[in-house]
Design a protein. Structure first.
Length: 107
């Protein structure tokens, strides 16, 4: 049996030489000069967030933390960039929108 996956929605933009990535599902954000570093930072932040929410100091608030979404305007931007991404390569225009699967494995 394969573990289920949690599909996270990632929105990113590049401005003034800095990438900002936002995980819309948990309203988490990171910033870095390179896209690769920003992606690594966001993955690390998401892992820490889930660890704290599901088994750490914040476990009593897990229900609230796991339902914390980014504001609607960012979701609208995500879907706009997703549509535009079908016509041009994601990231080339300084914006990205992606689905990032996170494996859900038993602790």
């Amino acid at each position: 049996m394969q573990p289920k996956r949690l599909l996270l929605h990632i929105l990113g933009s590049r401005q003034d030489g800095q990438w900002t990535l936002l995980c819309l599902d948990f309203d988490l954000a990171v910033q870095s000069a390179s896209l690769e570093d920003a992606e690594a930072r966001l993955k690390s932040q998401i892992k820490g967030y889930l660890k704290d929410a599901l088994g750490g100091d914040d476990v009593e608030h897990a229900r609230t933390l796991l339902r914390r979404k980014a504001p609607a305007r960012y979701w609208a931007m995500y879907y706009l960039y997703s549509i535009l991404g079908h016509f041009r390569r994601n990231g080339r225009n300084g914006h990205i929108s992606r689905h990032e699967p996170i494996p859900m494995v038993p602790a």
